[in-house]
Design a protein around this ligand. Sequence first.
Ligand code: KG4
Ligand code: ZN
Length: 331
Amino acid sequence: MLVLGIETSCDETGLALYDSETGLRAHVLHSQVAVHAEYGGVVPELASRDHVRKTLPLLRQVLDEAGARPGAVDGVAYTAGPGLIGALLVGASIGRSLAWAWGVPAVAVHHMEGHLLAPMLEPDPPAFPFVALLVSGGHTQLVRVDGVGHYRILGESLDDAAGEAFDKTAKLLGLGYPGGPAVAREAERGDPERFRFPRPMTDRPGLDFSFSGLKTFALNTLQEVGADARSRADISRAFQDAVVDTLAIKCRRALQETGLQRLVIAGGVGANTALRERLAVIAAEAGGRVYYPRPLFCTDNGAMIAYAGSVRLAAGQHEPLAIEARARWPM
Ligand code: KG4
Ligand code: ZN
């Protein structure tokens, strides 16, 4: 079964073709970073308009790259939420319409399920059950995954998501958008000893997170010592160390509490090298190992939507003709 995946929930237009027998056939991605950079963050209306401009040209490109005719597509999967509603509606409308025109089923995919299953696109995918740490710009969740569609949220952020905290800290340090990679780059040059940030909510039981205090801590530190290049790097380092440490402590706890040994990291913050290295140690200590998608499939992409859609379609799920997208959608 050949499935077209369409991702337009935020600031990346991603399309991919996944073959349930042979694997990923082709994927293409257009990043809107240049569109939003001068505003210091994603402008929803500009995001929607850019998805309108890019989705059909990218469709032609992904079909060309796979050497596939439209008639070869057996199903269309599109991200139906959560995300920016206007951006989502572009992918949902185009995806639903293509499926109708081609006479094939359409399936609405939950964006976070896409992230969660992205490691399945790699050569050595994790077996079920596992604990997944989902860390993106909008979500920070620990999930027990017993199979496709069998998810139990073990803990989540009560305020800012980890990626959001990276983005806000980058903004106040003047590092621009997108913030995560910028803070990570600065942190590499930073002194780990100069500042110590708190590890929020680690001194009490439970698997929830709170990251909003860290950006305030970064702001106060910045106001105290000034925004010279050295201090920006040192603050980035202290901030990243605090986030990585906090996530690691909760992942260790989640593995202990569930008795599971496999740990999956997914979502944009999963591209962070310091986090990957740290969680590899945590999973090894639990007698297991860590799994993550290649960095390109940690951030938003069409391949994860095509994959999740192919699994859902194989299980018999598909959508009626009405086009629906949801800005909020619990997993
Ligand atoms: O999964 P994603 O592409 O979009 C959402 O579903 O939100 O995640 C984007 C988030 C942004 O907050 C971005 O700053 C963060 O992932 N991010 C990183 C890194 N690369 C992306 N955070 C830390 N380190 C990175 N290397
Ligand atoms: Zn995402």
